[in-house]
Design a protein around this ligand. Structure first.
Ligand code: BGC
Length: 776
C-alpha cells in the first residue's frame, strides 16, 4: 500500500490509500475491453469434427459433473478404481469441490498432483478422443478451498469499496492461485442482486444496485479470465445464479421468487448482461423457481432470454442437483427421467452438476436411445464444453498439467487483501467525532465481543469449508495452520495500529449467540479504560444453513452492548456480518458504528488503522440497512411512493473529513443543451471539494430520477460512480455521461427495457441536481 498525506490541522497523521482509480471504460486491467478473451460465436471446426465422431455416451459424459467425494476418501486418498470406473463407464467430463484430508484442505501442490492423477486415469480409458476433465471450485473470495492461499474479503466488501480495480485485482490473484492448484474454473462472481436482506447469501454479492453490481462483476470477470485462451494463469469465470435468486419471497434461501417480469428485466438482468458483454465464459442457473417456474427447466429464461436475447455464447451449468430437483423438490417432473427430459429439452443447459450419482447419465442416454431427445441436442452442449476445454488449453498436449511456476500467498497478495478491507469498511455513525481515537485522550482501550478476536467470523462462510471455519469444525479442524496462521484478528489489528504505549486489552464478554461469558468482569474493569470497542455480528454460514427467521442480532448481543453503554464509557461497535442484521438499541448505545461486513482474515489491520485514524474510512453501504425486522425488502431504488424508513440508505458512509459538492453543470461545449434524445449522450460535471482536515477518498455517486413516467418511477437509480482521492483543501471536477437510454425501462407495453418516456428528468449528485428534458 502506498500512503500519502500527513498532519493537517490536528495531531493525527491521517493517511489515505492511493489506488489508481481507473475509469470504468478502461476495463480495469492493462488491456482494453475488446482485448479480453470471450467465448466465440461459433464452435471451432476441429471441435465440431470431434463432436461428430463421439459416441452418445461420450457426449453425455462431457455433460456430467460429479462431486469429488465419489472419488476421494475422507483420508484424502484418491480412489483410482473409482476414477477409472467413472471414466470408463460414464466418460465423466468434470469434477467439483474441495479436496481435503481429514478435514484439512490440500495445498496447491496436492491439488495439482491429485487432479493430474485424475486426468491420467481419465485419459487412459478407451474412448474416441482423450479428453481431460475440467475441475471447478467455488473460489468466490480468493482460492479459499486451497490451503495457504490468499483469502479476500467477500463480494459485499468489494461492493462497499466502490472500487472496481479491487474487484479486478483480487480476481487476478484468485485466478492465479486457483490455476496453481490445477483447477480451471471458478464459480464466481455472483450477480444475484440481494433485494431481500434476510437472505443468507447477501454477502456473496456486490450489493443491491444493478449498475454497480454489473461494473464490479465485469471487472472481476476480466480479472479471472484475462486472455484465458492463451494465458494459463487464468480460469473460466461463472456468472451466477441466473436469475432472480436474490429475492426469495420468504427470505429463506432456495425459496421461490415472486416478482414481476418488469423487475426482472429492469433490476435482475442488467448485471448479467454486463457479465456477458465482458465475455464471461460460463453461467450457472439458479436453484429457484420464479413465479412457480423452475429456472432449470425454463425455456423462457434459459433459452429465449439468456441465449437469444442476451446473446450468452458460453457454457451453462446447473446448480447443485437442480435437474434431479425438478423431480424431488420442484415437483414439476414425475420421475428422474422426466426431470432430465424437461431440462435438456426446453433449455440450453450444457452441464448437469449431478453431483452424487449417475442417474443423469443413465436417463439422458435412455431418452436419446428412445428418440425423445435428439442427438444434435447433445452435440450442441458437447461442442460448447469441448470448446471451453480447448480455450483453457486442456486439449493441448500435456495442457492438463499444472504450471508449477504459479505462486500462491505472495506478500503483495496479502497486502491487496488488506487494502480491500481498508477501502470497504464503512463508518455508519460517529457521534461527537469519537473516531478517530486520539493519542492524547485514548490511553487504554478495552476490546470485547465474539467477533473481535476470531478470524473465522471475519472470513464468514465459504472459507476453508462450505460453512466457514466453524468452531465445531465443519467436517474438520478450524485451528490448523492453513487458516489461523493466515490472518490478523481485529484485536491484533488494533494492537498493531495503536500508538506506542497505548494499552489494548481483550475480554470476551459474551459469545456470538449473545450468552454472557464474563460480562460482570468487563463491567467492573470498564472504569480503567478510555473507550470500549465491541465486536458484534453473525456466526459463519453459507446458503440455506444460514436461514434465519428474525433479522435482529441475538437479543443477548443487543443487551450486552447496552450494559457496555451504561458504564458511561464511549462505545465503538464493530459489525462483522454477512447481511444487515437489525441492530435495535445498539445504534443509540454506540457512539460510533463501524460496518466491517466480512472483511476476510486479513481485515484486522484495516479495522485498527481506521479506529486510530491511519486510514480515513471510505466504504459506502452497498445495500440499504433496515431499521426494523419487518423491512427485509428495503431497496433504495424502491418506487417513489413507497414507505421509506431505513436505518441507513444505500451509499451511506462517513469520512473523517468533509466533502462538499458544487457547480453541477454541463461541460462547457454543451452549454445550454439540456435536451436528451435517444441514442445521444451529454456530460455533466460536478466539483467535489475536501473541506475537512484530512486527506480522503470519496465515492461520487450519480443517480437519475424521472419524476413522472407511465410506470411508477423508482425514487432514484444509480447510473455512474467514481472514487476519487482528495487531499485536504483540494477540489476535483468529476464528469459523468448522461443519456436518455439510462432512463430506459420496461414500460406499459411490457417490452423488456423498451420504453423511454419523454418529459423532465433529473440527475442527482450529492446534494446537487441538474435538470434535463427527454424528447422522444
Ligand atoms: C451453490 C452454488 C455453488 C454450488 C457448487 C450450490 O449449492 O448454490 O453457488 O456454486 O453449490 O458448490
Amino acid at each position: 500500500m502506498q500512503l500519502f498525506g500527513g498532519i493537517i490541522a490536528t495531531s493525527i497523521a491521517l493517511l489515505s490509500i492511493i489506488h489508481p482509480i481507473i475509469g470504468q471504460e478502461l476495463g480495469y486491467g492493462t488491456l482494453k475491453p475488446e482485448e479480453y478473451d470471450r467465448p466465440s460465436d461459433q464452435i471451432d471446426a476441429d471441435i465440431q469434427e470431434m463432436v461428430s465422431r463421439m459416441t452418445i455416451e461420450e457426449k453425455i459424459g462431457q455433460m456430467t459433473q460429479i462431486n469429488q467425494d465419489l472419488i476421494l476418501g475422507e483420508d484424502g486418498v484418491l480412489n483410482k478404481t473409482a476414477v477409472e470406473y467413472y471414466a470408463k463407464n460414464y466418460f465423466v467430463g468434470s469434477y467439483l469441490n474441495q479436496l481435503a484430508r481429514d478435514g484439512k484442505n490440500f495445498d496447491h501442490q496436492e491439488y495439482a498432483k491429485t487432479i493430474e492423477e485424475i486426468q491420467e486415469i481419465t485419459l487412459g480409458v478407451n474412448s474416441t478422443y482423450k479428453i481431460p476433465i475440467i475441475y471447478g471450485l467455488d473460489h468466490i473470495h480468493g482460492a479459499h478451498y486451497v490451503a495457504k492461499s490468499t483469502i479476500f474479503a467477500h463480494g459485499i466488501n468489494l461492493g462497499a469499496s466502490f472500487n472496481p480495480k479491487l474487484a479486478y485485482e483480487t480476481a487476478v490473484v484468485t485466478a492465479r492461485e486457483t490455476r496453481a492448484a490445477n483447477v480451471h474454473w471458478t464459480f464466481a462472481p455472483v450477480f444475484d442482486i440481494p433485494t431481500t436482506k434476510q437472505w443468507a447469501r447477501v454477502y456473496e454479492n456486490f450489493g443491491e444496485d444493478p449498475y454497480m453490481s454489473g461494473i464490479m462483476g465485469a471487472a472481476a470477470i476480466r480479472g479471472y479470465q484475462g486472455k484465458y485462451k492463451t494465458d494459463r494463469s487464468k480460469v473460466a469465470a461463472t456468472m451466477k445464479h441466473f436469475i432472480a435468486y436474490g429475492a426469495p419471497y420468504s427470505g429463506q434461501d432456495r425459496d421461490s421468487t415472486v416478482t414481476s417480469d418488469r423487475i426482472i428485466h429492469d433490476y435482475f438482468i442488467p448485471g448479467f448482461q454486463d457479465a456477458i458483454d465482458a465475455g464471461v465464459a460460463t453461467a450457472m442457473e439458479s436453484y429457484i423457481d420464479v413465479n412457480g417456474e423452475p429456472v432449470v427447466a425454463s425455456h423462457y429464461y434459459l433459452q429465449e432470454l439468456l441465449r437469444e436475447k442476451m446473446k450468452f455464447k458460453g457454457m451453462l451449468v446447473t446448480d447443485w442437483a437442480e435437474i434431479a430437483n425438478l423431480y424431488t423438490t420442484h415437483k414439476v417432473a414425475a420421475s428422474h427421467r422426466d426431470a432430465v427430459r424437461l431440462s435438456i429439452d426446453s433449455t440450453s443447459v450444457d452441464m448437469s452438476m449431478v453431483p452424487e450419482d449417475v442417474i443423469f447419465f443413465e436417463e439422458l442416454k435412455q431418452l436419446v436411445l428412445d428418440g425423445v431427445i435428439d442427438e444434435p441436442r447433445l452435440d450442441e452442449s458437447a461442442g460448447r464444453l469441448l470448446q471451453l476445454k480447448k480455450d483453457l488449453g486442456l486439449l493441448e498436449p500435456e495442457g492438463w498439467k499444472v504450471d508449477s511456476s504459479l505462486a500462491i500467498g505472495l506478500p503483495e497478495d496479502i497486502e491487496l487483501a488488506r487494502d480491500t478491507a481498508r477501502e470497504s469498511i464503512t463508518l455508519l455513525k460517529n457521534e461527537n467525532n469519537v473516531l478517530p481515537l486520539t493519542e492524547e485522550t485514548i490511553k487504554r482501550v478495552l476490546v470485547v465481543g465474539p467477533t473481535a478476536n476470531t478470524l473465522a467470523h471475519m472470513a464468514g462462510g465459504w472459507t476453508i469449508y462450505w460453512q466457514g471455519a466453524t468452531d465445531d469444525g465443519w467436517k474438520g479442524v478450524s485451528n490448523d495452520e492453513q487458516f489461523y496462521s493466515n490472518g490478523t484478528t481485529i484485536y491484533n489489528g488494533i494492537r498493531t495500529a495503536a500508538p506506542e504505549g497505548t494499552v489494548i486489552d481483550y475480554m470476551p464478554a459474551f459469545d456470538i449467540e449473545g450468552n454472557d461469558i464474563n460480562m460482570d468482569k468487563v463491567i467492573a474493569a470498564a472504569n480503567d479504560y478510555d473507550v470500549i470497542v465491541v465486536g458484534v455480528g453473525e456466526t459463519m454460514y453459507a446458503e440455506a444453513p444460514g436461514n434465519i427467521h428474525d433479522m435482529s442480532l441475538p437479543e443477548g448481543q443487543i443487551a450486552s452492548v447496552k450494559k457496555l453503554a451504561d458504564t458511561g464509557k464511549p462505545v465503538v461497535s464493530l459489525l462483522v456480518e454477512g447481511r444487515p442484521r437489525v441492530l435495535k438499541s445498539i445504534v443509540d448505545d454506540s457512539d460510533a458504528l463501524v460496518q466491517t461486513y466480512l472483511p476476510g482474515p486479513w481485515g484486522g489491520h484495516a479495522v485498527g488503522e481506521i479506529l486510530f485514524g491511519k486510514v480515513n474510512p471510505s466504504g459506502r453501504l452497498p445495500y440499504t440497512y433496515p431499521k426494523n425486522s419487518g423491512d427485509m425488502n428495503v431497496n433504495y431504488w424502491r418506487q417513489a411512493n413507497d414507505v421509506w424508513d431505513p436505518l441507513y440508505e444505500f451509499g451511506h458512509g462517513l469520512s473523517y473529513t468533509k466533502f462538499t459538492y458544487g457547480n453541477i453543470s454541463l461541460v462547457e461545449k454543451e452549454n445550454g443543451n439540456t435536451v436528451l434524445e435517444p441514442g445521444m449522450a451529454r456530460t455533466v460535471s460536478i466539483q467535489v471539494t475536501n473541506d475537512g482536515p484530512y486527506n480522503g477518498l470519496e465515492t461520487v455517486l450519480m443517480y437519475i430520477h424521472q419524476p413522472v413516467r407511465l410506470i411508477t418511477p423508482p425514487a432514484k437509480l444509480l447510473k455512474g460512480f467514481e472514487k476519487i482521492q482528495l487531499a485536504a483543501g483540494e477540489s476535483k471536477t468529476v464528469e459523468f455521461e448522461v443519456s436518455a437510454d439510462m432512463f430506459r425501462y420496461t414500460g406499459v407495453d411490457r417490452v423488456p427495457q423498451g420504453a423511454i418516456d419523454a418529459g423532465p428528468v433529473k440527475v442527482l449528485i450529492g446534494d446537487q441536481e441538474f435538470d434535463f428534458e427527454i424528447r422522444a
